[in-house]
Design a protein around this ligand. Sequence first.
Ligand SMILES: Cc1ncc(C[n+]2csc(CCOP(=O)(O)OP(=O)(O)O)c2C)c(N)n1
Ligand SMILES: [Mg+2]
Length: 395
Amino acid sequence: MDFLVPSNIPPLPTYHVMNHDGQLADPTREPPTVSEEQALVWYKNMLTVNIMDTIMFEAQRHGRLSFYMVSAGEEAITVGSAAALGPDDVITCQYRETGVFMQRGFTLKDFMSQLTANRNDPGKGRNMPVHYSGKNKVGVHAVASTLGTQIPHATGVAYAFKMEALEDPTATPKVAACYFGDGAASEGDFHAALNTAAVRKCPVIFICRNNGFAISTPTSEQYIGDGIAVRGIGYGIESIRVDGTDIFAVYEATQEARRKALEDGGRPVLLEFMSYRVSHHSTSDDSFAYRRRDEAESWSSRNSPITRLRKWLEKRGVWDEEMDKKARKEIRGGVLRELTAAEKEKKPALRGIFDDVYAELTEEAQEQRLELKRLFEKFPGEYDLHEHEGGVGGL
Ligand SMILES: Cc1ncc(C[n+]2csc(CCOP(=O)(O)OP(=O)(O)O)c2C)c(N)n1
Ligand SMILES: [Mg+2]
């Protein structure tokens, strides 16, 4: 009788391409099939996410935003994986995937419109900052921070794609890709989504950002198994663990996952990208209450995904200190310019809070709408909403 004893099973290996010096870890392998132009775009996108994050975190402290979340340490996961997906693939995500939006064409103006809740936000200013709505522009469904809900959604999208492909085999093959954190993988939704996708053979890529924390809960208190990738194996899903600070490893793994997901009519694949949450969970958190102050700093100095790609670019002679300084300055200027412009923009019409939820408003919602209208008739000037595009007159 042989029980499998987890502690006797060696941990899954971690796939990587570059070493910490930005060189091929295995000099005998072919270099990644990524052009220097492509790598430069990735570098600038990672840098933009990082600089925008720093500025917006500060802007929250200055009272210009109500909330913000940064991706420090995880920029390569989002930019590198998004780069390997197709333009028609549909993405559902958590909230720390700014790099996915960026790589797929969200502009600084798009980010700022949502963050300042102005009338250019497709979500009509109804969500907290960082809950971007990108479905129409970049194929990324609106961010929902109710943990785990995006995972079965992705399985559903992939099942629909599978059905479509069966009905029309000439249609462009598409996958669903779903991002979630190590903490979200403890939700029941994660398990239901994986099992359904496995049984129904849905073309979905499950992408776990394992950054070591779910707010103040370290992964050592979240699970005692070998991380998230092994859970995929448990459901019969091909899975891999990847160094999430190595953008080439992230890109190659996602590219191969996409190929597998579309093979033989479709199947799910799971990627576990390993990194570390360098910053506080959000502007509402103080991580020094539960981890050492120097922990994040020492991790960053060894593992920064941005520095790692920069070294690779510099070794090829396509980037240098001067260019880096110039790029940082330009990005910073662009973020500040767009933030100020977005703040000056009008707010969405108040009546918009009732849009897009029901095809026909429920009786309760109709009552609430009338109540709101009455409220603003009674207190003209109490709020500045009358100045806004649409105003209450449109209710
Ligand atoms: C269903 C649900 N439960 C709890 C929360 C509160 N909450 C917000 S973020 C978070 C931690 C999530 O950690 P993880 O999935 O690892 O993502 P990370 O923040 O590390 O990127 C928790 C518990 C929530 N938003 N939704
Ligand atoms: Mg986490």
